[in-house]
Design a protein around this ligand. Structure first.
Ligand code: HPA
Length: 274
C-alpha cells in the first residue's frame, strides 16, 4: 500500500510543476462544475494517474485539476471512487492520502445525499457536522504504517469546527443559511428501504449517502483538517412517496450547482487566506 501511495504521489508531484496546493477538494455526484472555475489549470485525467481507476458512475468526470481561486491553490478531484464500484477502501481513500503526501493541509469533501431530516428539501446545501459509519468496514483495517498516522485516530472532531465556520459565514454572505447535518455513510449501491431510513433517523442521522465516510476517516488519520458540504438531492426513501433514481440525484445536484459553486469559491478563499 505504501509503495502504491508513493508511486501515485510522486507522479502527481511531478505534474504540479512546483505549484503547492494548500486545499484539496473531492467533488461528488453532479458537482463537478466547480473545477471549471479554477484559474491557471493543470488537468490530469485519472487514466494517466498510476493506481487510479476510471469512474464508472455517470456524473463523475475522472480528472484531477490543479488551479487557483483568488490565488488560493487547490487540488480538485473531479470524481471519486466508491466501494460499490468494487474498489477496496484502500483505493477509495487513495486520493485523500495523496493530498496529504503532496503537502495539502485541508480537505473539503462534497457529496450528494438523501435528506432524512424533515427540515431539508432537495436542492438544500448542508455542512457535515459529523458522520455515522454504517459501512461495516474501515479504511484503516490492517497493518498501520506509523508514517501515515496513529493506530487509533481520534474522531471527536472529524469535521473541523473552524473550517465549518468558514462554510457557514460564506453561505451567510450569499444570503442563505447553511444548516449542520450528521451524514450516515452506507455502502450502496441500492438505495435504502423506508425501514432503514426510519432506523437512521432514530440513531441521529440527518442525511444518507454512499461516500465520504472512508475518505474522512483516512484524512483524519493523515492529520488533514476536514470539512464537508452535502447537497440534498432527494428525500430519503419513505420520507416522500417518490421513487429514487440516480437521474433525479444528478438533476437536482445540477440545479444546486450554481449555489454550491459560489459557496465553495467563497469558502476556499476564506480558508486559504485565514
Ligand atoms: N441514499 C443514499 N445515497 C444517496 C441518496 C440516498 O437517498 N441520494 C444521493 N445519494
Amino acid at each position: 500500500m505504501l509503495e502504491k501511495l508513493a508511486q501515485t504521489s510522486d507522479f502527481i508531484k511531478e505534474k504540479l510543476e512546483g505549484r503547492k496546493p494548500s486545499i484539496g477538494i473531492i467533488l461528488g455526484s453532479g458537482l463537478g462544475v466547480f473545477a471549471d472555475e479554477l484559474n491557471n489549470k493543470i488537468e490530469i485525467p485519472y487514466d494517466e494517474i498510476p493506481n487510479f481507476h476510471k469512474p464508472t458512475v455517470v456524473g463523475h468526470k475522472g480528472r484531477l485539476v490543479i488551479g487557483d481561486i483568488d490565488g488560493v491553490e487547490l487540488a480538485v478531484f473531479q470524481g471519486r471512487f466508491h466501494r460499490y464500484e468494487g474498489h477496496p477502501f484502500e483505493d477509495v481513500v487513495l486520493p485523500v492520502r495523496v493530498l496529504s503526501q503532496i503537502g495539502v493541509e485541508t480537505v473539503v469533501l462534497t457529496n450528494a445525499s438523501g435528506g432524512i431530516n424533515s427540515q431539508y428539501k432537495p436542492g438544500d446545501l448542508v455542512y457535515i457536522s459529523d458522520h455515522i459509519n454504517l459501512t461495516g468496514d474501515n479504511p484503516l483495517i490492517g497493518p498501520n504504517p506509523e508514517e501515515l498516522g496513529v493506530r487509533f485516530p481520534d474522531l471527536s472532531e472529524a469535521y473541523d469546527q473552524g473550517l465549518s465556520k468558514h462554510l457557514i459565514e460564506s453561505a451567510k454572505e450569499l444570503d442563505f443559511d447553511l444548516h449542520p447535518g450528521v451524514y450516515a455513510g452506507v455502502l450502496g449501491p441500492s438505495y435504502e428501504t423506508p425501514a432503514e431510513i426510519r432506523m437512521l433517523k432514530i440513531i441521529g442521522a440527518d442525511m444518507v449517502g454512499m461516500s465520504t465516510v472512508p475518505e474522512s476517516i483516512a484524512a483524519n488519520h493523515a492529520g488533514l483538517k476536514v470539512c464537508g458540504i452535502s447537497c440534498i438531492t432527494n428525500y430519503a426513501a419513505g420520507i416522500s412517496q417518490e421513487k429514487l433514481s440516480h437521474d433525479d440525484v444528478k438533476h437536482v445536484a445540477n440545479m444546486a450547482m450554481e449555489k454550491f459553486t459560489k459557496l465553495l469559491k467563497l469558502a476556499v478563499v476564506k480558508i486559504g487566506k485565514k
